[in-house]
Design a protein around this ligand. Structure first.
Ligand code: MSP
Length: 526
């Protein structure tokens, strides 16, 4: 069985409100998933929810619900969110799923049996809000702790620790030997800098069940539950295990799977891509590789780290009201307008800044006047001058179009989504300029120019057809609308369709309809 391209997102905290940051990460991951599928790869795209921990337990308690019932209700909203974003994910993992818990427990059993853990007493500071232990190093110069930690209490506690320290040099060597492992390069340098200048602390992987019951019990000590991050990271392998991935079955011989699962034998691991935000880099680039090494599994091929969005140059924050509700934007402007803005505005890596004016400007200039206008003018002219019948093939824009196709292919394979959009929009500009320069509306008045008019119209409709294929991973609905208006019944989801000359002479198109209706640019996205 050939291995699928396996791509994951971070799993979101179930108790947060879905916001722009979550939507962004899921959309870029979806564009990557669709690109790979369009390019002919089998893809498995996983997203989901991180449900355990103190905050969820507390919030459920406040609402008088069990944590499971509380999570079940919220999970419905998150699934709706994924649907509204038109994510093409194959599965949706929840860390409270039995299939996930059994893998976490199998991992814990194996690592415990093989001597990766020890018990130790900890005396120090604990932040309940961040569910993390703090050290003297975390104090600010005035002795206080950053307010992000909330109330910090002193405690003495016995817990289990995972021996991270032993693997520090191995991790440095591995990252150095695999330049692609962490992208972009500044994030790789950040991790290497951290590893070379700090001694790793062993990782506390439990919390006493007496204090926190909403977690996965340690299989070898029911007094403890698993630390949320240890639990959450395992989602990336628990789903492959649930599909009977042979690599997981071999690595976790104690895992009990039913026969039907095992027989699926989907080959997913190692992941090709973990898409995450910059704030959770250490968990993915330090803890996770060491966990995998201890389990005896290969490392993911790449951790792709995106930046954070701000709004109007300031942190997105519920408390100050500086937020963007992606669903409100989608309702108001369409899903594809949202998907376009976030992928076009921000490359994967740096931080971004959302402005309502910037959103409206891109909508008008690039979507309504750019691709929308090109398709509309082209089909309207074909209807007026040729009764919607495609003239014989002509190759004037072929070279430019096929150069763009080759560039976009490379950019998609490199996850350069912004670059791919820039490339395909320069083809839109070229085609719009071609209309202005050749002025078919003037040629139409002169019967002697009939052949020239045929040539121009063929080039325009063929460019629109190819653009639909290139844009499909980003704006699937728009691409489908373009195909429908051109009168093509197959979906535009196959990159192989982006070959010049695919549109036959004599093909009859449908009527044009605006892809992105013009808007009052003053109305705000949210
Ligand atoms: N549950 C953990 C991840 C566990 S992965 C094994 C978590 N959840 S989160 O809900 O806080 O964040 C989920 C993702 O959203 C993270 O990758 C995070 O970086 C991303 N973002 C959260 N806010 C963001 C912005 N303002 N901008 C862009 N992405 C942001 O962390």
């Amino acid at each position: 069985m050939t291995k699928s391209f396996y791509l994951t997102t971070a799993i979101d905290y179930v108790n947060g409100q879905p916001h722009l940051g979550h939507a962004y990460e899921k959309v870029i991951s979806d564009v990557i998933a669709r690109s790979r599928r369009s390019l002919g790869q089998e893809v498995f795209f996983l997203t989901g929810l991180d449900e355990h921990g103190q905050k969820v337990q507390q919030a459920a308690h406040n609402e008088g619900k069990t944590p499971q019932a509380y999570c079940d209700a919220l999970a419905l909203d998150w699934r709706t969110f994924a649907r509204e974003l038109q994510l093409s994910n194959q599965d949706f993992v929840r860390t409270s799923d039995p299939r996930h818990k059994s893998v976490v427990q199998a991992v814990l059993t194996k690592l415990n049996n093989e001597g990766h853990f020890y018990r130790s007493k900890y005396k120090g500071f604990y932040s309940t809000r961040q569910e993390t232990f703090l050290t003297e190093k975390d104090r600010r110069p005035d002795g206080s702790f950053d307010p992000i930690y909330g109330d910090v209490t002193e405690l003495v506690e016995e817990n289990y620790y995972f021996k991270l320290k032993d693997h520090q040099q191995w991790l440095i060597d591995t990252i150095e030997a695999n330049p692609e492992f962490i992208a972009p390069i500044n994030r790789r340098n950040e991790v290497l800098g951290f590893l070379k200048n700090n001694e790793l602390e062993d990782l506390c992987i439990t919390r006493p069940a007496a204090r926190l019951s909403w977690g996965i019990p340690l299989p070898f000590d029911p007094e403890y539950v698993t630390y949320v991050w240890f639990d959450a990271l395992v989602n990336y392998i628990s789903i492959p295990a649930a599909y009977g991935d042979p690599k997981l079955i071999t690595a976790l011989p104690d895992l009990k799977l039913d026969a039907s699962t095992q027989s699926q034998g989907l080959a997913l691991w190692p992941a090709d891509l973990h898409v995450i935000g910059k704030d959770i880099l250490k968990f993915h680039a330090v803890y996770w590789p060491i966990m995998l090494k201890a389990i005896g599994l290969a490392l993911p091929k790449q951790i792709l780290v995106h930046g954070w969005w701000q709004k109007d140059g300031e942190k997105i924050s519920k408390s100050t009201g500086n937020i963007i509700d992606p669903l409100a934007v989608i309702n108001n402007w369409s899903l594809d307008a949202f998907r376009y803005y976030v992928t076009r505005e921000l490359a994967i890596g740096p931080d971004g800044n959302w402005t309502d004016a910037g959103f409206a400007a891109r909508y008008t200039a690039e979507l309504a006047n750019g691709i929308g206008n090109l398709l509309n003018r082209s089909l309207a002219m074909l209807r007026s001058y040729r009764q919607k019948v495609v003239p014989p093939r002509h190759d004037e824009l072929s070279h430019g179009a096929m150069t763009t196709v080759a560039t976009v292919r490379t950019q998609l394979l490199n996850q350069d989504l912004q670059g791919a959009l820039q490339s395909l929009f320069s083809l839109i500009t070229t085609a719009n300029q071609f209309i202005d320069q050749t002025a078919p509306f003037k040629l139409a008045k002169d019967p002697a120019q009939a052949q020239r008019l045929d040539e121009i119209l063929y080039n325009l409709i063929e460019v629109c057809r190819i653009l639909a294929v290139l844009i499909w991973p980003f704006l699937p609905t728009t691409a489908e609308k373009i195909f429908a208006q051109i009168g093509i019944v197959n979906p535009p989801a196959d990159f192989n369709l982006a070959v010049w000359g695919g549109l036959p002479a004599g093909h009859v198109t449908n009527d044009p309809a605006p892809l992105f209706p013009r808007r009052d640019t003053l109305s705000s996205p949210a």
